[in-house]
Design a protein around this ligand. Sequence first.
Ligand code: PLP
Length: 393
Amino acid sequence: MGILDDEFRAALDALGRDSLRRHLREIGSAHAPRIEADGRQFIMLSSNNYLGLAAHPALKRAAADAIDRYGVGAGASRLIAGSLAPLHELEARIARLKRVEAALVFGSGYLANIGAITAVAGPGDVIFSDELNHASLIDGCRLSKAAIQIYRHRDVDHLAALLRESHDARRRLIVTDSVFSMDGDCAPLAEIVDLARRHRAAVMIDEAHAIGVVGPGGAGLAAKLGLEKEIDIHAGTLSKALGAYGAYIAGSSPLVDFLINRARSFIFSTGLPPAMAAAASAALNLIESDPTLIERLWDNAEYLRGELIAAGFTIAPTQTPIIPVMIGASYAAINMSAGLLERGIYVIAIRPPTVPEGTARLRVTPTAAHTRADLDEAVMAFTAAGRGLGLIS
Ligand code: PLP
């Protein structure tokens, strides 16, 4: 028995009492519209596999080919053991898609965000951060030792006021998700860019939930708004719509060279496995060659959202395929999730600290690969579970 085990147990019990304890659920199949867990089938509506590419034959083939040629592991940090060709191919592709000079692949979105923020900002600087930013951005801000000013969600007036108060800062960096992961709404990028120009601040956006989903060819929200050149640091993941794993930071060549020299999560971490880079490149090929892929995702989300609203659920004002079904109390969200699981629908409750207190929800995410029959079955289960718990009439 470990010396801290009693304290761990007490902390876990306290989480359980507040309906905040988390558990892993083993699944025994690939990520697809229907998955298998505990010997049963479920319709999966809880993943970020937006385009249904995580088990697509083209990605599997690309990964297998890369393993045949380059092996499995990257050997060491890219600066030490050399930098495998599939990563360079992917970086060139991402830079083209984002219409910027260069890109750099990281081991994950979490690593990319903390690496970029801590490289760019430090003591004497001020970071302006949306209150609903992803934890990896928040942790990057905290690790940087810069002063942090948190502005109210999407509130550009509040951001402007905070920028005005910080004129003695060495550097100013505005950091925001472009698509907010738990609400599905979008950052007011045009206004943010305008404020940044007036206050000589740099802008970093995290397009984790926008790449492959929003904008021309899935290039993201900045591309949709024609603001690619106005954003200093573009972050995004390979692990959601692109169906693989890893992440990137894209922007100017000096930025990328600087990160190669200064981003500690890049320098002191083993390179991304080449199979993941090859799979992400294959995903970008598919997105380019089949524009209906993204259309199918949006059609499915529109349909499911409409049906859930018609059934009486409250959906937060999303602007993307993320559908937040608002419940409120954590225990109620857990009960609803359990009711859905019982009926063969895999949707997990999202509770604090992932979302603010009192806003527990079911984050429902259909993919391009779901059929209308999958979605209709899910709506029937939502209706039965919601009525059973008195959440809808
Ligand atoms: N940024 C956002 C907005 C996210 O939702 C996530 C989710 O995982 C990440 C970053 C982290 O990416 P990764 O899963 O690749 O670490």
